[in-house]
Design a protein around this ligand. Sequence first.
Ligand SMILES: Cc1cc2nc3c(=O)[nH]c(=O)nc-3n(C[C@H](O)[C@H](O)[C@H](O)COP(=O)(O)OP(=O)(O)OC[C@H]3O[C@@H](n4cnc5c(N)ncnc54)[C@H](O)[C@@H]3O)c2cc1C
Length: 261
Amino acid sequence: MHRVCPSVHFVTDRSGVRLSDLTTLRTGGVAAHAVSAESLDELVDAVRSADAAARAVLLIGDGSNLVAPDQGWNGEVVLIRVRGIESVRRGQDIDVRVAAGEPWDEVVTRSVEAGWSGLECLSGIPGRTGATPVQNVGAYGQEVADSITGVEVFDRENDRRMSWSAAACRFGYRDSRFKHTDRFLVLSVQFRLRQSRNSAPIGYAELASRLGVEVGQRAPAADVRATVLDLRRTKGMLLDAADHDTWSAGSFFTNPILTPG
Ligand SMILES: Cc1cc2nc3c(=O)[nH]c(=O)nc-3n(C[C@H](O)[C@H](O)[C@H](O)COP(=O)(O)OP(=O)(O)OC[C@H]3O[C@@H](n4cnc5c(N)ncnc54)[C@H](O)[C@@H]3O)c2cc1C
């Protein structure tokens, strides 16, 4: 079984933490102070008290989409480490609520093993679940917006927790309402998945071809996961602590959107 290698060292509550130890690109100087939040209350309190003291806050999941500056961070780093997955059956579907600090690839692994279909193409993406709505994480024809039904949010401006529908998140291609503002902290994410050992319809030609199916057909979700991991490995898009060439912050570009002529 593949596990995305963890880049982040454990921090409880201390000063002098190096951002280069907290980011997959391994860049960044020293942070004035860092705290590891392991419950939703700790997470909200850490952000709330930094805001009240007018200290700048840098939220970090696994730092896999961050380019941290050499001069460091003169404020509070809040590491999002809240764990927990709850699931409820809804007929043929299953509603899964995932806390923001759950490592994303472990969520995908668990969904494939449990026969919950809909996340399999998102295998091998580093980071924590709370960051996935921020840029509407996607790969190989799937994106989290396909299965997110709601997001629990802390609104820093109004100091309150809210539950948002997927529509309220305004998801777009690698985009959402969370992306261009620091105002909202994602606390947990709710997904609706299908109970099936087969994948969702495959929407990416290269993946379909490797699986030997047509675009739009389904395949065993475990095969889809294995094939996606293989494809990612050949492209240097699977983090490997021993392979310097994989140390990155992900893609610096998005695909062009073409309109039919
Ligand atoms: C090798 C590699 C491959 C990748 N492949 C893909 C890919 O295929 N598709 C894709 O979409 N992305 C990809 N990425 C990018 C990255 O993995 C995702 O964006 C991921 O969701 C980031 O998660 P993180 O926990 O590391 O976020 P971080 O890098 O820690 O944070 C990213 C941003 O989100 C904010 N943030 C983090 N958590 C929260 C939260 N709970 N609430 C509010 N804001 C928050 C942070 O403050 C920061 O601004 C890849 C990255 C790498 C290094």
